[in-house]
Write a protein that binds this ligand. Sequence first.
Ligand code: ZN
Length: 187
Amino acid sequence: MLKEKDSQMTRESDASIKYCPQCGSQALTWPSPKHFTCADCGFVLYLNIAAAVAVIIECQGKILLGVRRYEPKKGMLDLPGGFVDPAETAEQAVCRELKEELAIELYDELRYLFSFPNKYRYRGIEYDTLDLIYLVRLNKFPQFTAGDDLAEALWVDRNALDYQKIGFDSLRQALRRYLEVSPVPEK
Ligand SMILES: [Zn+2]
Protein backbone atom coordinates (compact mmCIF):
# COMPACT_ATOMS: atom_id res chain seq x y z
CA MET A 1 0.00 0.00 0.00
CA LEU A 2 2.78 2.40 0.93
CA LYS A 3 4.60 1.47 -2.23
CA GLU A 4 1.68 2.57 -4.32
CA LYS A 5 1.62 5.89 -2.53
CA ASP A 6 5.34 6.33 -2.96
CA SER A 7 4.96 5.91 -6.68
CA GLN A 8 2.56 8.84 -6.77
CA MET A 9 5.17 11.16 -5.36
CA THR A 10 6.65 13.14 -8.15
CA ARG A 11 8.33 16.04 -6.41
CA GLU A 12 11.67 15.57 -4.75
CA SER A 13 10.43 17.36 -1.66
CA ASP A 14 7.39 15.14 -1.26
CA ALA A 15 9.49 12.50 0.42
CA SER A 16 10.05 14.87 3.34
CA ILE A 17 6.34 14.98 4.13
CA LYS A 18 5.42 11.64 5.68
CA TYR A 19 2.68 12.43 8.17
CA CYS A 20 -0.57 14.31 8.07
CA PRO A 21 -0.05 17.61 9.98
CA GLN A 22 -3.59 17.34 11.38
CA CYS A 23 -3.92 13.72 12.54
CA GLY A 24 -0.45 12.19 12.14
CA SER A 25 -1.62 9.51 9.72
CA GLN A 26 0.73 8.24 7.04
CA ALA A 27 -2.16 7.69 4.63
CA LEU A 28 -1.20 10.59 2.39
CA THR A 29 -1.99 10.62 -1.29
CA TRP A 30 -0.77 13.08 -3.88
CA PRO A 31 -3.49 13.73 -6.48
CA SER A 32 -1.09 16.19 -8.11
CA PRO A 33 2.55 17.10 -7.52
CA LYS A 34 1.46 20.23 -5.69
CA HIS A 35 -1.07 19.01 -3.17
CA PHE A 36 -1.70 16.09 -0.87
CA THR A 37 -4.70 14.76 0.98
CA CYS A 38 -5.02 12.62 4.08
CA ALA A 39 -7.23 9.56 3.59
CA ASP A 40 -7.94 9.32 7.34
CA CYS A 41 -9.08 12.85 8.24
CA GLY A 42 -9.58 14.59 4.91
CA PHE A 43 -6.86 17.18 5.46
CA VAL A 44 -5.70 18.83 2.22
CA LEU A 45 -2.60 20.95 1.78
CA TYR A 46 -1.54 22.83 -1.35
CA LEU A 47 2.19 23.39 -1.62
CA ASN A 48 1.99 26.73 -3.37
CA ILE A 49 5.09 28.46 -4.59
CA ALA A 50 6.68 31.17 -2.49
CA ALA A 51 7.15 34.66 -3.90
CA ALA A 52 10.61 36.15 -3.67
CA VAL A 53 12.26 39.33 -4.91
CA ALA A 54 15.77 40.06 -6.15
CA VAL A 55 17.26 43.38 -7.16
CA ILE A 56 19.79 44.20 -9.84
CA ILE A 57 21.47 47.40 -8.65
CA GLU A 58 23.57 48.87 -11.43
CA CYS A 59 25.85 51.88 -11.21
CA GLN A 60 28.36 53.02 -13.84
CA GLY A 61 28.48 49.63 -15.51
CA LYS A 62 28.87 47.69 -12.27
CA ILE A 63 26.37 45.43 -10.52
CA LEU A 64 26.13 45.03 -6.77
CA LEU A 65 26.34 41.38 -5.76
CA GLY A 66 26.09 39.95 -2.28
CA VAL A 67 27.95 37.00 -0.82
CA ARG A 68 25.59 34.61 0.94
CA ARG A 69 26.23 34.28 4.66
CA TYR A 70 24.08 31.17 5.18
CA GLU A 71 23.03 27.96 3.48
CA PRO A 72 21.75 27.28 0.96
CA LYS A 73 24.54 28.39 -1.38
CA LYS A 74 26.62 29.82 1.44
CA GLY A 75 29.61 31.77 0.07
CA MET A 76 28.16 32.06 -3.40
CA LEU A 77 27.12 35.27 -5.08
CA ASP A 78 23.55 36.48 -4.84
CA LEU A 79 21.44 39.45 -5.69
CA PRO A 80 20.03 41.39 -2.75
CA GLY A 81 16.51 40.20 -1.97
CA GLY A 82 14.52 37.50 -0.24
CA PHE A 83 11.10 36.05 0.38
CA VAL A 84 8.01 38.23 0.31
CA ASP A 85 6.34 38.34 3.73
CA PRO A 86 2.60 37.72 4.22
CA ALA A 87 0.50 40.80 3.38
CA GLU A 88 3.48 42.56 1.84
CA THR A 89 3.76 43.86 -1.73
CA ALA A 90 6.73 42.81 -3.80
CA GLU A 91 7.90 46.44 -3.82
CA GLN A 92 7.71 46.60 -0.03
CA ALA A 93 9.69 43.38 0.15
CA VAL A 94 12.40 44.89 -2.06
CA CYS A 95 12.64 48.01 0.12
CA ARG A 96 12.71 45.95 3.32
CA GLU A 97 15.37 43.57 2.02
CA LEU A 98 17.56 46.42 0.78
CA LYS A 99 17.37 47.98 4.20
CA GLU A 100 18.06 44.71 6.01
CA GLU A 101 20.84 43.45 3.76
CA LEU A 102 22.53 46.66 2.65
CA ALA A 103 21.16 49.45 4.84
CA ILE A 104 20.16 51.43 1.78
CA GLU A 105 16.81 53.07 1.12
CA LEU A 106 15.68 53.17 -2.49
CA TYR A 107 12.06 53.94 -3.14
CA ASP A 108 11.82 55.97 -6.32
CA GLU A 109 14.15 54.24 -8.73
CA LEU A 110 12.65 50.76 -8.54
CA ARG A 111 11.57 49.11 -11.80
CA TYR A 112 10.09 45.64 -12.30
CA LEU A 113 11.87 43.61 -14.99
CA PHE A 114 10.70 39.98 -15.21
CA SER A 115 10.41 36.78 -13.20
CA PHE A 116 12.08 33.39 -13.11
CA PRO A 117 11.10 30.25 -11.18
CA ASN A 118 13.62 28.85 -8.74
CA LYS A 119 14.16 25.98 -6.33
CA TYR A 120 15.32 26.80 -2.82
CA ARG A 121 16.45 23.85 -0.74
CA TYR A 122 16.47 24.58 2.97
CA ARG A 123 17.12 21.92 5.61
CA GLY A 124 15.99 19.06 3.45
CA ILE A 125 12.89 20.68 2.02
CA GLU A 126 12.83 22.02 -1.49
CA TYR A 127 10.70 25.13 -1.90
CA ASP A 128 9.53 26.23 -5.31
CA THR A 129 9.74 29.99 -5.61
CA LEU A 130 8.95 32.61 -8.17
CA ASP A 131 11.68 35.23 -8.13
CA LEU A 132 10.48 38.70 -9.16
CA ILE A 133 13.43 40.63 -10.51
CA TYR A 134 13.65 44.39 -10.02
CA LEU A 135 16.12 46.94 -11.32
CA VAL A 136 17.65 49.99 -9.71
CA ARG A 137 19.99 52.06 -11.90
CA LEU A 138 22.00 54.71 -10.11
CA ASN A 139 24.40 57.40 -11.27
CA LYS A 140 26.25 57.67 -7.99
CA PHE A 141 27.54 54.77 -5.94
CA PRO A 142 25.39 54.46 -2.81
CA GLN A 143 26.75 53.94 0.68
CA PHE A 144 25.92 50.47 1.89
CA THR A 145 26.69 48.10 4.75
CA ALA A 146 26.23 44.40 4.12
CA GLY A 147 24.30 42.58 6.84
CA ASP A 148 21.55 40.08 7.55
CA ASP A 149 21.80 37.25 4.98
CA LEU A 150 24.80 38.81 3.23
CA ALA A 151 28.35 38.35 4.51
CA GLU A 152 29.54 41.11 2.18
CA ALA A 153 28.61 42.90 -1.01
CA LEU A 154 30.77 43.98 -3.91
CA TRP A 155 30.55 45.80 -7.22
CA VAL A 156 31.27 43.58 -10.21
CA ASP A 157 31.78 44.87 -13.74
CA ARG A 158 28.77 43.92 -15.84
CA ASN A 159 31.09 42.43 -18.47
CA ALA A 160 33.05 40.38 -15.97
CA LEU A 161 30.31 38.44 -14.18
CA ASP A 162 31.32 34.89 -13.32
CA TYR A 163 28.00 33.07 -13.63
CA GLN A 164 29.44 29.93 -12.03
CA LYS A 165 29.74 31.81 -8.76
CA ILE A 166 26.10 32.85 -8.68
CA GLY A 167 24.18 30.56 -6.36
CA PHE A 168 20.77 30.30 -7.98
CA ASP A 169 19.70 29.41 -11.51
CA SER A 170 16.94 31.98 -11.52
CA LEU A 171 19.40 34.78 -10.81
CA ARG A 172 21.90 33.55 -13.37
CA GLN A 173 19.11 33.67 -15.93
CA ALA A 174 17.94 37.06 -14.74
CA LEU A 175 21.38 38.62 -15.02
CA ARG A 176 21.95 37.09 -18.44
CA ARG A 177 18.60 38.35 -19.67
CA TYR A 178 19.15 41.80 -18.22
CA LEU A 179 22.62 42.23 -19.69
CA GLU A 180 21.40 41.06 -23.09
CA VAL A 181 18.64 43.61 -23.29
CA SER A 182 19.97 46.57 -21.35
CA PRO A 183 22.29 49.11 -22.90
CA VAL A 184 25.53 50.00 -21.19
CA PRO A 185 24.68 53.09 -19.16
CA GLU A 186 26.08 56.45 -20.15
CA LYS A 187 29.03 57.58 -18.12
ZN1 ZN B 1 -5.03 13.36 8.60
